[in-house]
Design a protein around this ligand. Structure first.
Ligand code: ADP
Length: 304
């Protein structure tokens, strides 16, 4: 039987404006292009996994609004099991406002809406699917209590727990000690460890701090430079593919979703990183979050 992935996380609808430069405080600028796209780190990572043919169930919440319904329909097209998703009466589906400049830099503000209703009680109601998981993949756009509880349920049932600690925030050691694989970018690694990641030596130092919590595998994503992979304190740089980036939204999400799916497919972490780099390279060449996430055949074509 195919191994099972559970993704626990956020669902948002993204309003994206592309501009020449990002607006400064007090400034109003005219955009060049507007895109409405489905996003949210949790949703993006599940979509990346689903399009790569993972056996994936999603845990999270939407509002009882039209956009929430449309997002769930798209999830089904992307191969994601939606039966556990909570429909929240009192709040709307999460919203993200995103500005992207010509250098592909972005600034994001989020109104989490229904995502704030993903609580411990909800996780308890999803216990049976969590107990059936081989891998649990999470990020930090939903309440921390739910993340801590899900990690503990998954761990008790011998699932591997992967945390993409984004957006950056302090995390309690009780959560970190239940994590098998952590995938911060440079900013997130700094917040978690106090080490500024600027080169291989500092990447190794930041990884060491995370290993001290009992985390076996640390992957620090370094944008166009690739990823620092550290397993039990032995580290190496795995370069990214050289492509022309136009919008890096969902690069890290695609990386995480495809990386974990390759582990589900019994690939080695080294092989999984190469496939995830290829998928993320395709994502940065396209605009938006979920519209940019590639399908399996596209990743295979890119690698051939
Ligand atoms: P995040 O989006 O979480 O900040 P990163 O920017 O570190 O994550 O990127 C995650 C992954 O996406 C990288 O490890 C790499 O595989 C890919 N990636 C990001 N930016 C580029 C780029 N400019 N060119 C090629 N690959 C990229």
């Amino acid at each position: 039987m195919k191994k099972k992935l559970v993704v626990l996380g956020s669902i948002n609808v993204d309003h994206i404006i592309h501009l020449k430069t990002l607006p400064k405080p007090g400034e109003t600028l005219m955009g060049e292009e507007y895109l409405l796209a489905y996003g949210g780190k949790g949703a993006n990572q599940a979509v990346a996994a689903g399009r790569f043919n993972a056996n994936v169930s999603f845990l999270g919440a939407v509002g009882q609004d039209t956009i929430g319904q449309e997002i769930l329909k798209q999830f089904i097209k992307d191969g994601i099991d939606t039966q556990w998703i909570k429909m929240v009466e009192t709040k709307n589906t999460g919203v993200a406002m995103i500005f992207v400049d010509e250098q592909a830099e972005n600034v994001i503000a989020i109104y989490p809406g229904a995502n704030t209703e993903v609580d411990e009680q909800y996780i308890e109601s999803c216990r049976s699917v969590l107990e059936s998981a081989n891998y649990l993949l999470m990020q930090l756009e939903i309440p921390l209590d739910a993340i801590i509880k899900a990690a503990s349920v998954a761990k008790q049932n011998h699932a591997k727990v992967i945390l993409n600690p984004a957006p950056a925030r302090y995390l309690p050691p009780a959560l970190l000690s239940n994590i098998d694989i952590i995938t911060p970018n440079e900013t997130e690694a700094f917040v978690l460890t106090g080490v500024e990641v600027i080169d291989e030596t500092s990447a190794a130092a930041a990884s060491s701090v995370l290993h001290e919590y009992g985390i076996e595998t640390v992957l620090i994503t370094l944008g166009s430079r690739g990823v620092w992979q550290s397993v039990n304190k032995i580290g190496r740089l795995v370069p990214a593919f050289k492509v022309k980036a136009i919008d890096t939204i969902a690069a890290g999400d695609t990386f995480n979703g495809v990386f974990v799916t390759e582990l589900l497919n019994d690939k080695t972490p080294e092989q999984a990183i190469i496939t995830a780099h290829a998928a993320a390279a395709l994502t940065v060449m396209r605009k938006g979050a979920q519209p940019a996430i590639p399908w399996k055949y596209e990743i295979e074509q890119f690698l051939n």
